[in-house]
Design a protein around this ligand. Structure first.
Ligand SMILES: Cc1cc2nc3c(=O)[nH]c(=O)nc-3n(C[C@H](O)[C@H](O)[C@H](O)COP(=O)(O)O)c2cc1C
Length: 328
């Protein structure tokens, strides 16, 4: 049975990639993940602000003004931030010596300014690919959706101009026309789009009357959003689609491949069950394929995508109307 796939131009032994998270920030943990079956690793993101901080520190030594965002003081421990860029580049080169699967670096970014040349240092450190984790919360009342979206293209185009390694973009679903945005991004030259990133949500602590983060880890019921959009967009984009959020077992991987994904990324389930879950998921995929008499992933990839569906409306509003009127 062949469960290999391709993603960003790499041949992967299977479709399970470990997404960017705390498990992908040390050589030791990454080795364990690879030994458990992970076919590629997305490193924990380095933040644009960390990169700019390092650049500004160097500039400061040359008596130049600091341009680092003031918010950085809320987010970072300044004693550790100065080391983080060096640490990140070392992590890339060290991990490349230890494992043979593709290593995808990740930058969390919101602008196309100072940090972009750093993408070259990531490439020079030996990263096989770069994932841009771009999220601009569309909450600025003075900005149009076009202005927000334009920033994504500025970031992508400036990074693509700097590096030769494949670039992927990890997105949220906060766009006024998500399908059009995904399609346009796929036409920029990126090799992959990851749907979707997941964010901590705000909750209210009724004792202390403060805002607190909640739902740090996903649950299997979170799969639906990315399943729907992978199914809608697969075979309509010019790059690979990778599913992220709510993939907790082998069945979820199978569903995302039926929707049209080239690969999936997992994070939360590692915190719940540990790296061994990857080999369990791979067994589940193989058992299902054997039951259904599939020999390769391509035999069923995209079979339930919207473009191949006999009833494309199943992914859209009509299905919900029928469901609600019959059941409730
Ligand atoms: C503890 C934790 C840390 C994460 N850190 C990052 C990060 O640095 N960069 C990033 O792009 N995504 C990060 N993520 C998001 C995951 O990569 C993933 O997209 C998201 O958790 C949804 O997948 P899941 O349902 O398998 O958890 C993090 C997730 C968790 C749970």
């Amino acid at each position: 049975m062949d469960i290999t796939t391709t993603y960003l131009g790499f041949k992967l032994s299977n479709p399970i990639i470990v997404g960017s998270c705390g498990y992908t920030y040390s050589v030791k943990d990454i080795k364990t993940l690879v030994d458990s079956g992970a076919s590629a690793i997305v490193l924990k993101s380095i933040f644009e602000e960390e990169i700019i901080w390092e650049m500004d520190s160097n500039l400061a030594q040359m008596q130049r003004p600091m341009t680092v965002y003031p918010e950085i003081y809320d987010f970072y421990d300044l004693e550790t931030i100065e080391d983080s860029v060096t640490k990140y580049l070392n992590l890339i080169s060290d991990v490349k010596k230890e494992v043979s699967v593709p290593i995808i670096a990740s930058v969390n970014c919101v602008s196309s300014h100072e940090w972009v040349p750093f993408a070259q240092r990531i490439e020079n450190a030996g990263a096989d690919a770069l994932e841009l984790n771009i999220f601009i919360m569309p909450s600025d009342l003075n900005k149009t959706s076009q202005e927000n979206e334009q920033t994504y293209f500025e970031i992508i185009n400036s990074v693509l101009a700097k590096v030769k390694i494949p670039v992927a973009v990890k997105l949220s679903y906060y766009f006024s026309n998500l399908a059009s945005m995904i399609k346009k991004i796929s036409e920029t030259g990126v090799k992959g789009i990851v749907l979707f990133n997941r964010f901590f949500e705000p909750d209210f602590d009724l004792e202390s009357l403060t805002v607190v983060p909640t739902n740090v880890l996903s649950s299997p019921s979170d799969l639906g959003k990315s399943l729907r959009w992978i199914a809608i967009m697969s075979e309509r984009v010019n790059c690979d689609l990778c599913a992220s959020t709510g993939v907790h077992d082998g069945k979820a991987v199978i569903k995302q491949i039926l929707a049209g994904a080239k690969a999936v990324q997992i994070a939360s389930i590692l915190y719940r069950k540990g790296p061994k879950v990857i080999s369990d998921m791979l067994d589940e995929i193989k058992n299902w394929m054997s039951e259904k008499e599939f020999n390769t992933l391509d035999e069923f990839r995209g079979r339930l995508s919207q473009s191949r569906s006999l009833n494309p409306a199943v992914y859209e509003r009509a299905q919900f109307m029928r469901y609600f009127s019959e059941k409730f």
